[in-house]
Design a protein around this ligand. Structure first.
Ligand SMILES: Cc1cc2nc3c(=O)[nH]c(=O)nc-3n(C[C@H](O)[C@H](O)[C@H](O)COP(=O)(O)O)c2cc1C
Length: 163
């Protein structure tokens, strides 16, 4: 299968998990493209980031692939920011077209976990509004991004689904 992993990561946790997924899915004979979403001007202060997340701010993004039509499956990932997901991924979702009948999966990485269920619900809602089928959806502790056993365990059902 041809799989895209579209993600935003500020401090690296989400990205490490995406790299883990890429390695695993490639080992299972899939072709995997990482689509790293970055704002042209990245806000680095915690309060500024929270404000942008809460306000659902639309950010200008550095050029990335937005045509997902050729992928069999797209995986979306982001950190939880202020009880929702990061504005960079939200802005990316605004830029891509319909996901009508597309197979998708999504996950978020979080700190304490506060607001993470609400955040995941926000992301799922947008994917559903775009017509996507959501095969897998999960919140994961960002501090576990280097823990291979944890990642294997938590992504096991996704690997099964994509077999
Ligand atoms: C601006 C900001 C807001 C955050 N808000 C939350 C939150 O509401 N709930 C939570 O559990 N973690 C929160 N976190 C922690 C991140 O979700 C967590 O560290 C995540 O794994 C970071 O991913 P990254 O390294 O890919 O950027 C926040 C972090 C930042 C920088």
């Amino acid at each position: 299968m041809k799989i895209a992993i579209a993600f935003y990561s500020f401090s690296g946790n989400t990205k490490r998990m995406c790299l883990f997924l890429k390695r695993h899915l490639e080992a299972a004979d899939n072709a995997v493209d990482l689509i790293e979403v970055k704002p042209l001007k990245e806000t680095t202060s915690f309060l500024g980031q929270c404000r942008q997340a809460v306000m659902k701010r639309e950010l200008e993004l550095a050029g990335v692939e937005t045509d997902l039509r050729n992928y069999d499956v797209t995986i979306f990932a982001s950190p939880v920011w202020a009880f929702t997901f990061a504005p960079a991924l939200r802005s990316y979702l605004n830029k891509i077209g319909s996901l009508e009948n597309k197979k998708t999966a999504c996950f978020l990485t979080c700190g304490s976990g506060a607001g993470s269920n609400k955040a995941l619900g926000d992301l799922e809602n947008i994917l559903r509004i775009k017509g996507a089928h959501i095969l897998f959806s999960k919140n994961l502790a960002g501090r576990k991004s280097n823990d291979k056993d944890f990642l294997e365990d938590n992504f096991k059902s996704l690997f099964e689904i994509l077999k």
